[in-house]
Design a protein around this ligand. Structure first.
Ligand SMILES: Cc1cc2nc3c(=O)[nH]c(=O)nc-3n(C[C@H](O)[C@H](O)[C@H](O)COP(=O)(O)OP(=O)(O)OC[C@H]3O[C@@H](n4cnc5c(N)ncnc54)[C@H](O)[C@@H]3O)c2cc1C
Length: 458
């Protein structure tokens, strides 16, 4: 097979959707060749840097991705940021098609006073920090306060809560970053208050994650039964939702459980929204959060929205983690839908933002295609749909100006980019696993870009 004549595809982002797009493409077009780019030296996106470090079973999905990295039709090109080291137009010059799978790495904000005080941060940043993401090595969340408030009742909020409430011994068996392990072991946080703007029936956490909160070694879960009074409208809204019904049952079990007098407490509260974060006497650090009580109001579509009642309460807290969702960002040269923070597309085919015409040869999959929802497996169906769209287009009709695989590497070398290939990643992986084995942990991660690059060189 002449490589220059094969279908050459660039995939931008080595998270789950990038791997699933590559897998589907190679399955359906065995003669295709793929370059898989990532801005980080290490692959796997949020599986490495988002999924909780104490959920190793979930992280083991990377075994499937490792098999793809060993396929000689796929070249991993890590530490290459598209939009900076390579432009979208460079990709057009070198590939028949590009699938953008670069995720949704930004956080959503609350838009309330005090959000930028020291001690108030996004769960996005905190999660990246405890997972050893090299861009967050300097976060230093200062865990010297007694009370942390977690805003949001989804699985990311539960991850953050669990990590804050676990003991050193519980965390040490995970692949949490070394600095985070030390900081959390010395944490003064004793009370973690989790709040949802809607009621207990509307919380978005999964039953398994919720139940896990009740299984921690040294943390009681406190739920006020008064908070679990569910209106007829809420009951009707979840009548066909078995997850929500099971979640309510778990909450009722937790509320009925007597506190064991453990050293940490997790409080689950509902129908409250933060309206302001107050500073301490220095004017720079979080000291308290003003919460407004909500009631639920039916929308036209039958769902229930939270509406403020004007009744407020003040909660003393020194740390605030907002966990109210992720959002995508624009990539230079690529259309972007500001309203939904996704790349506009039709079944994965990129559309121009203004008139919605297809952009030849450009595709999207994963979170940047459909927004930050779903579990890892959701990205598989999403990527398969995109690849079907791609293969239904007349791609060989788009001839790249320079399809020689060596040309992209030469371009990156001229631009001074230190590329990490699959062998480089294997050296990082082996070194991390080796360091972990020495101390009885799954791996010890390199926490800076320099350390990752040095390890990739061996
Ligand atoms: C905190 C958290 C916990 C989660 N836990 C679970 C869980 O327990 N179970 C579960 O099933 N799902 C979980 N998820 C969801 C799951 O991680 C996502 O569904 C999935 O990772 C999305 O895949 P993706 O490939 O679209 O994006 P990502 O995983 O974000 O991958 C995008 C990749 O693109 C790269 N990239 C970004 N910009 C560029 C650029 N300019 N150039 C080159 N590369 C770029 C990034 O470095 C990244 O590697 C969790 C998500 C979060 C945020």
């Amino acid at each position: 097979m002449e490589p220059a004549k094969a279908l050459r595809v660039a995939v931008v982002g080595a998270g789950p959707s990038g791997f699933y797009a590559a897998e589907s493409l190679l399955k359906q077009r065995p003669e295709a060749v793929i370059d898989l780019f990532d801005r980080l030296p290490a692959p796997f996106g949020l599986v490495r840097y988002g999924v909780a470090p104490d959920h190793q079973k979930i992280k083991s999905v990377t075994k499937v991705y490792d098999r793809l990295l060993a396929d000689d039709r796929l070249r991993f090109r890590g530490n290459v940021e598209v939009g900076r080291d390579l432009t979208a137009e460079d990709l057009r010059r070198h590939y028949h098609a590009t699938v953008f799978t670069y995720g949704a790495a930004l956080d959503r904000r609350l838009g309330i006073p005090g959000e930028d005080l020291d001690g108030s941060m996004s769960a996005t940043d905190f999660v990246a920090w405890y997972n050893g993401h090299p861009d967050f090595a300097d976060l230093d969340p200062r865990l010297d306060g007694h009370t942390a408030l977690v805003i949001g009742v989804g699985n990311v909020a539960v991850d953050v809560t669990r990590v804050l409430a676990k003991t050193r011994a519980e965390l040490a068996v995970s692949d949490i970053s070394d600095p985070a392990l030390d900081a959390l072991a010395g944490s003064q946080v004793r009370d973690v208050v989790v709040i949802g703007r809607r009621g207990p029936a509307e919380a978005k956490w999964s039953t398994k994650e919720l139940r896990e909160l009740g299984e921690l070694e040294d943390a009681d879960v406190i739920v006020d039964p008064a908070d679990l009074v569910v209106s007829d409208e809420s009951r009707a809204a979840i009548a066909d939702d078995p997850v929500a019904r099971r979640n309510l049952e778990v909450l009722e079990e937790l509320a009925a459980r007597p506190a064991r007098g453990l050293s940490r407490r997790i409080h689950l509260r509902f129908l409250r929204s933060p309206i302001a974060i107050e500073a301490d006497a220095s004017g720079t650090r979080v000291a308290a959060v003003v919460l407004e009580r909500n009631r639920l109001e039916a929308r036209d579509d039958g769902s229930l929205a939270a509406r403020g009642t004007g009744v407020t309460e003040r909660l003393e807290a020194q740390l605030v983690f907002r966990s109210v969702g992720y959002r995508g960002e624009a990539m230079p040269g690529l259309p972007f839908d500001e309203r939904w923070s996704v790349v506009p597309n039709d079944h994965g085919r990129v559309l121009t933002a203004r008139d919605g015409d297809p952009v030849p040869g450009w595709y999207v999959a994963g979170w940047i295609k459909r927004g930050p929802t779903g579990v890892i497996g959701t990205n598989k169906a999403c990527a398969v749909e995109t690849v079907s769209t791609l293969l239904s287009d007349d791609l060989p009709g788009i001839a790249p100006a320079d399809a020689d695989p060596a040309a992209v590497d030469a371009l990156l070398a001229r631009r001074g980019v230190q590329v990490v290939d699959a062998d480089g990643w294997r050296r990082i992986d082996a070194a991390e696993i080796g360091a972990g084995a020495a101390v009885g942990r799954p791996r010890v991660k390199f926490g800076t870009r320099e350390a990752l690059l040095a390890a990739s060189r061996g």
